[in-house]
Design a protein around this ligand. Structure first.
Ligand code: GLN
Ligand code: ZN
Length: 764
């Protein structure tokens, strides 16, 4: 037979039960027992789903009340000192509230403390809590949760496989608290705890443990590669079988290393890296299981079961029963259940597969390869083939005019008419801005009234006219407040937008939205990424009426506000039948028309937000340049239609530019605003060293801080900026995110910011 399993299943629940339970617990509306009970119920349900689908093993260890990496961090007792958990660690039981304090800074019990850093897990939109490490750190088995969950699953009669972040990837994802140091120096102290965990699992009757080591699909320094050998040699005597799981890409130059580690099985991702299958087959020692990740764990498309069956027949022939079938990675990254989509039309539904459906696909593929296919399996293959044939032929996918337009785009459409210095002169004339012009990043407080109106409008309780009238009032209010504050370049405030991707996706053809397609982003937070199903076009202008109205209210320049093509792509599920860059160019052309229309409507400045540009970087550095090339190209396609006098802004909310500064400069935006307040202007060094030629607005205060920033503080920061960037090219603005604040915080802070700009003008 061919075994079927998954690397992990979404824990959030089809109706986001986990979110609701955890948040109720945080609010004090659900007690600890209630929270634990809801966790148990979800686990039981998810194991039952795996069992009912016919998987040969159910996966334990993928559940977390907050984050699976944090689970390992507490399991090995790596709780930073400020959470005062020494006693809990000594007792071997880190409390759930301690975990919550590590994740969010506070919990129903225990003293608040600064939360641990959170960042994206590899190239996904899932955020994990960064293990905080320090030199000489000690580890100790400090939680029994995992073992309790194993006991639960076994009590329910399931054949259990345990999943756990592997020791190297856990260290790889970690960071020195204050100072960076050699994290590998901790390996020797860490391994005995892993060995202890494995031994305890073996005692519970667990046969297989899957150690997730996706670090193996990245560029690893030589010491890290040898550390893999060292670590897995040390763990080889563990009384369980180890499945080394790699995903999100190909093993590349780590292939020899990965196949030769002394473990009992290897999982590879053949969705992202189909080409590695043959090389792995050729090199895999004869005793090892190979788990082939053939079903896409990162996207929502239905699998082509017939084609996969054919493609894997050779692997089955070579491996026999040593072939296992699985999704490419944990199903954490896809929505839970397609059946919950009651409003999606049947055609679209027939193209998709969510986590629950991917279980069936995995089982069917495994049964077919193991010559155990039954009528149900054959029916599933036939249905998949029919749906995919229909999808390929569907007019919803292809609009010939889109391909034609893309083909007709040449170099002229990829550059502004003139270089920046010429444009800057034209812009100075139309905009008439002072030195150190002030602006904001686009959004203003999404007040309870705004949210209530949008909800009522969506539910059909508030008609379109009334809703729009209310949004216009909000815009007018925001414009008035900005004028009173004395800001130089205004924004309309984005009152009408729910979310920066959804708002545009809803108005573009080629995008579809699910009702329930929630995916965990971090902790209790879920996102519902839109799905790009077909060629993207813009039937009508999307933002022009709002921006024109806002501009009509003021003499000051109004900045139009768009989400850039790379971010529109990155934060969506993307079609798998053409390269990502083609889809991105289509979005770019649609947005280009919006830029042209905004300009024609008299909007003198347009901001194209690209917060996701950096996170789109491939996991392998060797692939960075080709990604950056097309990402930059897409931005330029969007922006270059603007005349010289129209000022193009872009915005990126992060603070690491050193390695992509050339690409940032190649965007050729007239102004870039970035997040700097917390880095003391040091990150401007990257711009200075590169001799970045255009204008920059470094955020001068952290909008998340509850304190009103002081004038002198912001003046001093901008003086630091002026040491690095010529003052004629500096803007004064906050970091992004004002929509998450209230006006009572925003107004005094911006008043001080405007005062700081006035003071700077006196000094320079
Ligand atoms: N214009 C958006 C805002 O101000 C930008 C959001 C972002 O950078 N993520 O909210
Ligand atoms: Zn931002």
């Amino acid at each position: 037979m061919t075994s079927a399993h998954v690397l992990g299943y979404p824990r959030i629940g089809a109706a986001r039960e986990l979110k609701h339970a955890v948040e109720a617990y945080w609010r004090g509306e659900l007690d600890r027992d209630g929270l634990e009970a809801s966790g148990r119920e979800l686990r039981a349900r998810h194991w039952q789903a795996q069992c009912a689908a016919g998987l040969d093993l159910v996966t334990v260890g993928d559940f977390a009340f907050y984050d699976q990496v944090l689970n390992v961090t507490t399991l090995v007792g790596a709780v930073p000192a400020r959470f005062a958990a020494e006693e809990e660690i000594a007792r071997g039981e880190v409390d759930l509230d301690t975990q919550f304090r590590m994740a969010r800074g506070r919990a129903p019990s225990g003293a608040p403390a600064a939360a641990c850093e959170m960042t994206k897990y590899f190239d996904t939109n899932y955020h994990y809590l960064v293990p905080e490490l320090h030199e000489g750190q000690q580890f100790k088995l400090a939680s029994s949760r995992l073992f309790d969950e194993v006991a639960e699953a076994r009590a329910a009669g399931h054949p259990v496989k345990v999943t756990l972040t592997g020791p190297l990837t856990w260290l790889w994802l970690g960071k020195g608290r204050e100072v960076e140091f050699d994290r590998l120096s901790l390996l020797e102290a860490l391994l005995p705890v892993y060995a202890e965990i494995l031994a305890r699992l073996a005692k519970q009757g667990v046969e297989w443990v899957q150690l997730d080591e996706p670090a193996l699909v990245q560029d690893l320094p030589a010491e890290w590669r040898s550390a893999f050998e060292f670590a897995y040699n040390a763990l080889r005597s563990a009384p369980v079988k180890l499945l080394l799981a790699t995903y999100f890409g190909g093993l590349g130059d780590n292939l020899q290393l990965a196949v030769s580690l002394p473990v009992d099985g290897l999982h590879i991702d053949t969705v992202r890296a189909p080409e590695q299958l043959t090389a792995v087959l050729d090199n895999l020692p004869g005793y090892k299981v190979l788990s082939v990740g053939a079903i896409d764990g990162r996207n929502v498309w239905r699998a082509d079961l017939g084609a996969l069956h054919e493609r894997l027949a050779n692997a089955r022939m070579r491996l026999g029963e040593r072939l296992w079938i699985a999704p490419s990675c944990s199903l954490l990254h896809v929505p839970v259940d397609l059946e919950a989509e009651k409003e999606l039309d049947e055609e679209l539904k027939s193209w998709f597969s969510f986590a629950r459906q991917k279980l069936d696909e995995t089982v069917t593929l495994a049964r077919l390869l193991g010559n155990r296919g039954n009528d149900e399996d054959r029916a599933r293959v036939a249905a998949a083939t029919a749906a995919l044939d229909a999808r390929r032929a569907s007019p919803r996918l292809h609009r010939p005019e889109v391909a034609q337009r893309l083909a007709s785009i040449g170099d002229a459409e990829r550059s502004r008419d003139n270089p920046y210095p010429v444009r800057a002169r034209a812009q100075r004339q139309t905009l008439d801005l002072p030195l150190f012009p002030t602006t904001t990043i686009g959004s203003f407080p999404q007040t309870p009234e705004i949210r209530a109106a949008r909800r009522a409008h969506k539910n059909g309780e508030l008609g379109r006219d009334a809703y729009e009238a209310q949004m216009r009032d909000e815009i007018a209010d925001a414009v008035r407040r900005q004028e009173v504050l004395g800001l130089d370049m205004l924004v309309h405030g984005e009152a009408e937008r729910n979310d920066m991707v959804e708002y545009f996706g809803e108005q573009l053809d080629g995008y579809v939205f699910t009702r329930n397609g929630w995916v965990q982003s971090y902790g209790s937070r879920c996102v519902k990424p839109p799905v790009i199903v077909g060629d993207v076009t813009r039937p009508v202008a999307m933002t022009v009426a709002w921006s024109r109205y806002a501009q009509s209210l003021t003499e000051r320049p109004m900045k139009g506000m768009l989400t850039g093509p790379v971010t529109m792509l990155q934060w969506s599920f993307v079609r798998d039948d053409q390269p990502r860059e083609v889809t991105c160019r289509q979005i770019a052309l649609a947005l280009r028309d919006e830029v042209a229309d905004l300009e024609a409507a008299g909007i003198p400045a347009i901001q194209i937000d690209e917060p996701a540009l950096r996170e789109g970087l491939p996991l392998r550095q060797g692939e960075w340049q080709s990604y950056l090339d097309w990402a930059v190209d897409c931005f330029r396609l969007t922006a270059s239609v603007a005349r010289d006098a129209t000022q193009i802004h872009t915005h990126m909310c992060y603070s690491e530019f050193n390695d992509i500064i050339a690409a940032i400069a190649a965007l050729d935006a007239d102004v870039i605003t970035i997040e700097t307040s917390r880095s003391n202007m040091e990150l401007l060094g990257a711009f200075q060293d590169f001799a970045y030629p255009n204008e920059i607005g470094p955020g001068v205060y952290d909008i998340h801080s509850p304190n009103v920033p002081e004038v002198a503080w912001m003046v001093q920061l901008m003086e630091k900026a002026a040491e690095r960037i010529p003052v004629e090219r500096l803007w004064v603005n906050p970091d992004c995110g004002l929509k998450t604040r209230g006006w009572t915080e925003v107004e005094p802070a911006l008043a001080n910011m405007v005062e700081a700009a006035r003071e700077l003008r006196r000094r320079y």
